[in-house]
Design a binder for this molecule. Sequence first.
Ligand SMILES: [Zn+2]
Length: 347
Amino acid sequence: MEKEYIGYQPQDFKTEHAPYFNEIILPLASHAQTALANSPFQPGALPPFSAANYLESEGYTDLENGYTKNADGSIHVAVQTYMPNVTPSMWDWWFGWHGCQNNRYKLWHPKAHVSAHWEDGRDDVAYIGRHSIIKEYIGEELLEAVIQFKSPTEFGFSPETINNPEKAVYICARLGHPTLPVDYGYLVHQVRAVTGGSEMRSRFWLGGQYVNVRKTGVLAELASDFLRKVRSLPKNFGPDLLKHCSEEMTHLAAFLPDLYAKFTKNTEGLQIAGNITNQDDPGFDALVMGTLFNKIDPASAPTWSLNPRAFRILLPPLPMPELPAKKLPFVRAVIVLVPTTCATIVC
Ligand SMILES: [Zn+2]
């Protein structure tokens, strides 16, 4: 286990990404300050998690910045961040890239981020379906959490919406405790393209009705103190989270285009960072039958399918006749190219 501390120490400054470490956090954006002054808003002013796909709609809602405290002890938080020169795909890459090293995670919020590692121990650039174990200060509170990244379709977003990363990406996760069997919330960061860059619309639903105990028995009993705490969250958690989110998204967005350019420019071939659906997963047959595979013999059905949204062709586009099909020995796969920017993969 790496030693844990705030900020960079001499060994961190030896990394390739160290030039992007900036200890200066800008003053909180004025719209976030106004939101804090006007919160909490009436319960119901922000939709519940079950209606999260309202973010797909064009335009804005009445409440884009602020938080609500609800009768069951839960809080809903909304934060908007404008990010010049940033594209939705840059954030998609960031969520896959940063989670394997503390000093990458610290680039995002140098005053509050302590540690991050993937539960699976791998360092590949991917996040959907993986668990990121993090420690960070939200206000004065040291939060330890497992961020369980999910496919946006599991949160109710439509395949049409998520197949268009040039327009918007949706980073979706369940939040839980890293060692106790308790989940206590959800988050969605929608990053959508706007004139001059992108905007992030972050949403959090935490505590109260969003608390779920994964197991019963001794572990659940050990969790009872923690359960009390998350069922009725600390008084400052809503405002502290709003502030933290606004600060970290603004901070990273200032150098994300340069960071992205530096660490993706040598990538060759294909980058797979998507949601893999296996043969045993619910909905697999429907997924496969809705694709090109419905033309093939059932006995030759694939064993898994990759959500095309997260599948990028990084090679320069070639005329279709030159790429009828390409063998990929390392995954024993055949890629069927559909248009120049999207593909379906069968193993
Ligand atoms: Zn953070």
